[in-house]
Design a protein around this ligand. Sequence first.
Ligand SMILES: C[S@@+](CC[C@H](N)C(=O)[O-])C[C@H]1O[C@@H](n2cnc3c(N)ncnc32)[C@H](O)[C@@H]1O
Length: 586
Amino acid sequence: MTRNTPPRSNGKSGQARKGAKPGQVARPRWAARPARPEATDRDGYTAQTAPLAPGEAPRADESRPEGARGGAQARAGAGAAKGAGAKQAGPKAGGAKAGGSRPAGAGQGAGPQGDKPRGAGPRKQTVKAPKLLRTPKAPKAEPAPRGPGGDPLVGERYEVEVGAVAHGGGHCVARHEGRVLFVRHALPGERVIAQVTEGTTKSRFLRADAVEILEPAKDRIAPPCPFSGPGKCGGCDWQHVTPGGQRKLKVQVLTEQLAKLAGLTPVEAGWDGSVEPVGGKLPAGEVPAWRSRVQYAVDPATGKVGLRKHRSHDLQPIDRCLIAAPGITELGIEAREWPGVASVDAIAATGSSDRQVVLVPRPGAQLPIVELDKPVSISRIDEHEGFHRVHGRTFVREVAVGRTWRVSNGGFWQIHPEAPDTLVNAVLDGLDPQYGENALDLYCGVGLFAGALADRVGEEGAVLGIESGKQAVADARHNLAALENVRIECDKVESLLPRTGITATDLIVLDPPRAGAGRETVAHLVGLEARRIAYVACDPAALARDLAFFREGGYRPVSLRAFDLFPMTHHFECVAILEPAGEPVA
Ligand SMILES: C[S@@+](CC[C@H](N)C(=O)[O-])C[C@H]1O[C@@H](n2cnc3c(N)ncnc32)[C@H](O)[C@@H]1O
């Protein structure tokens, strides 16, 4: 295999790179440009040659820095997880989710400004539906009892004392006659009446909702959202908890996962034991409107939108989602009827006025004329044709970390409006990139971390981004086209990285989907002998498991930060910084 790195500047072989400090390993300038000419999308367009949609601003404007971001946003769904390909570890959450399979069917869509029939636009854009915008997989109706069924216990009520919060589903653990109950709408230390929602006499564990609170915890509040509570919307887990109380629960989850899966105390992980609030302080009782992407499902009987109940296909009709960003609420989606539509995905960009609605028609149905309260681009996803522009743009422009980012076809973008800047700053603070260094941005999406790293390592350095989503790669190449020192490759990290021939690097950022990077990828990364590694994680269990793999490979966390980027849900985001441990690990 060709060594894609020059020898190190150890005085014996190779040349120290310009800008390298004495004794610093001389990493290569990866050939940043050669891949770019082949950077075409499915229509064969490069970022530079792709034609403009009607009314679309020239691309020069899009890539021009427009200053610091303003707005707000979230990962779709209670599982709002981290984007396309995101997998949920642990019990599935319901509610406003992005993701899932699309029913078949075609139809004619129309937008607020007299849309043309399908295909009538100057450019036909048809690309595969992104995973983020597919309908959620069917939630498991029951925790499959191991062994023969047993008698159903659904509806049974038990008085229990609620124990610790559990990872991954917004529930706490309780016990009744020796059997474990996962109880939602409860808090540790409370005495509640728990009503069983899933399980039988043979189930290993039962699921339940706290339907009566006999002894409330001090962090309990009356849920501000009228659609939250037992049997209602599954989108938020912790509407009944103060903001500080929610963060305490997240602290407990992270502490437990680090101990259980990585064998680390908070101190050993370099963590100060806090989950940092993001966004300004709100008046008591006010809910942060952070979710810039919301997937509504449509009730076929009424044509009205709703959000999924927890672990169910059933809908909770709503007239407003309190955590939806203002740019989404202003569209007036809940006030309308959506005949022939299975789901309505709404995106409100941060830092630009772009809004996008993606419709999934019901099989064989004609899409309705869509009129909303604010200008919006409309697309639809057909099972056979994939993503199809109905009106306006097929992308939104997000503004973050001093750049404008094109995000097409409902592809992955951090959902909380402050997430991109928060995470980029944490990564840069932790890595402290130096002029002339080389860096990898793995699972790079539309290039968020690659762009920030490229600015720091300068023209003598180089950044290689790897991303498996074709449209995200096209966007990343477009977004970073002005940076000579960035190259973006399209493939799975685990299959492409070993094929690059890269045997060493200075810095690595990895931001994998919820499932994490896994043993094999981590084993490859530790072999690259990076000076520092930043691991951005949305699942504390996957993070802790991978930290254990890193330790086996000789890397230890030197700092860990956790951010409350998904208020009112059990989700949060972590940034761990790792360095070589400096001594062999037993
Ligand atoms: C959590 S997102 C991070 C995106 C980007 N870092 C950001 O913050 O905007 C994970 C990304 O990894 C991509 N992805 C999922 N599995 C992958 C794999 N095996 N190899 C490469 N990319 C993958 C997804 O398409 C998604 O864009």
